[in-house]
Design a protein. Structure first.
Length: 514
């Protein structure tokens, strides 16, 4: 963002938020992106006028835009009318090639990348950033679900549609008002490490869930990505708070490095390995709930599977407690009535779009239940922990997973880790790699077939099905075999690509036979 556009945006907010943003016209280029739609919701709630452009293909985010009464236009310089005051655009589009951006530039209209605009919004409130290689969307969703129960003046932005937000990417509490002062208006957002996008954010508090090697096209080494998180934590002001997972080696290492230079910020560890009030103890998994206890606050439960999600829940509790303390709430109230509201919020959380999302149910020809789940897990650690959570949560089910790896660089760098990540599944189907536009597939040293062959060395039942139709046929054959599964099957599509279509295909074919 140019210093001029950043200053203009800050001035709009700083004078009088309701008066200044009510009627201010923002045009979004690439408006259907998940992050973009979430920002649309945030600005819409503050009274802004929104228009936007994108491709004609329908995405799940169109449902969010429909609820707001916003229709995406095709890309055209004619979209940039005299009333447009700011343009926010996705990094997928360039000024040189996109007609909306070219016309905005010609007119001298301030333009901001999504990450820059999110940073500008964060500067207008008491803001907290949720970051980490894994778990940031779920953790942000948990925070928002709790804050809705606490009814503090708050807005929360997640990187996916969250069911407990009313199938929205954002939560705006009933107590929120743009007229509330900056220090009393809380904003929590998922912040992304890729290309250091989170460096535009202005956090007062940070949750750090996990740090390990990822995005190898931008961070060739673990130290590169670790240092990005270190630099983000350095952005905390004096008296800021870093809430980090003590069970995660990378997050703990970041906290240690930051502590060597920043003795002026607070460090709040959480997890089984943590000391202090956010030390975690796991409880039973039964009746659709995973119970756990937090040392300083008692017993809780969540209704989504996996130890990793319990850790995410503890992180969310830690941030919400810290916000309550920032508001001056007494310890008696925090551990009394507010703790009861936090417990209620946790149990209302049901996950998000493509985050262990239940997408349907059907039956095999033998009458066995098949539960269809779609999950965004695209890193070996996420795959392993998510499947282990399903194994524990859905006892006596046989698990079939269809996996599509995302980017050639990540697959090549973590090939052995990917191959070893499916141990909790009974059957594995691997598709071709979902490449990035930034990559040249013809020069890639790895393929979906190579990944499948390597996985066969680690797992007893792995099938390579390059295309989705083939994968669906393989899945139907697996579901047609004698299973011996007491409670039926779990069919899981995993990855950051579009192999969710495999699950949709299988679900449709099973449903049509019933």
């Amino acid at each position: 963002m140019s210093s001029e556009s950043s200053s203009n945006f800050a001035n709009l907010e700083g004078k009088s938020l309701p008066a200044e943003l009510r009627g201010v016209h923002f045009h979004f280029v690439g408006i259907k992106g998940t992050g973009m739609v979430a920002l649309v919701e945030i600005l819409n709630a503050r009274g802004a006028v929104i228009t936007g452009s994108d491709v004609s293909e329908r995405f799940y985010t169109d449902d969010v835009l429909d609820k707001l009464g916003i229709k995406a236009m095709g890309f055209s310089g004619e979209n940039i009318t005299d009333s447009v005051q700011f343009v926010i655009y996705s990094s997928a589009y360039s000024v040189e090639k996109n007609p909306d951006l070219a016309e905005a530039k010609r007119r001298g209209i301030p333009m901001m990348l999504y990450s820059e605009a999110l940073g500008a919004v964060s500067a207008t409130a008491f803001s907290s950033g949720v970051c980490g290689v894994h778990g940031k969307t779920t953790t942000t969703g948990l925070v928002g679900t709790i804050l809705r129960e606490l009814d503090l003046p708050s807005q929360v932005l997640a990187g996916s549609v969250i069911s407990s937000f009313g199938d929205s990417c954002t939560m705006t509490s009933s107590a929120f008002s743009p007229s509330v002062s900056k220090e009393e208006r809380f904003f929590v957002a998922e912040t992304c490490e890729y290309q250091r996008h989170f460096m535009a954010f202005e956090p007062r508090k940070i949750i750090l869930t996990s740090v390990e090697s990822d995005h190898q096209d931008y961070y060739p080494t673990y130290e590169d990505i670790r240092n990005a998180f270190v630099d983000y934590a350095y952005k905390l002001p004096i008296g800021g708070t870093l809430i980090y997972c003590a069970d995660d080696k990378g997050a703990s290492e970041v906290a240690k490095i930051v502590a060597e230079k920043r003795g002026d910020i607070r460090f709040v560890p959480y997890g089984v390995s943590a000391s202090g009030e956010f030390k975690l103890s796991f409880g039973a998994v039964e009746n659709g709930k995973h119970s756990f206890s937090i040392a300083g606050f008692g017993d809780f439960a969540i209704c989504v599977p996996g130890d990793h999600n319990v850790r995410n829940a503890v992180a969310a509790v830690a941030l919400c407690v810290d916000i309550l303390r920032t508001c001056g709430k007494s310890e008696e109230d925090i551990k009394g009535r507010y703790c009861a509201l936090i417990k209620a919020g946790l149990e209302k959380f049901r996950g998000g779009k493509r985050r262990s999302e239940i997408v349907g149910r059907a039956k095999t020809q033998r009458g066995e239940d098949v539960l269809f789940i779609d999950d965004y897990g695209h890193h070996p650690t996420a795959i392993r922990t998510t499947l282990a959570g399903f194994r524990e949560f859905y006892k006596n089910h046989k698990i079939i997973v269809d996996f599509m790896s995302h980017t050639y660089t990540r697959t090549a760098a973590l090939l052995d880790e990917f191959a070893s990540s499916f141990s909790s599944a009974d059957y594995v189907i691997i598709n071709k790699i979902y490449g990035s536009a930034r990559e040249d597939a013809s020069c890639a040293s790895v393929s979906g077939k190579i990944l499948a062959d390597r996985a066969k060395e680690k797992h007893g039942c792995v099938v390579y099905a390059e295309e989705f139709d083939e994968a669906a046929e393989v899945a139907l054959k697996m579901l047609g075999e004698e299973s011996g599964a007491k409670d039926g099957y779990l069919f899981v599509t995993m990855g950051a690509g579009d192999n969710w279509k495999v699950g949709k295909n299988v679900l449709s074919k099973l449903s049509s036979k019933q």
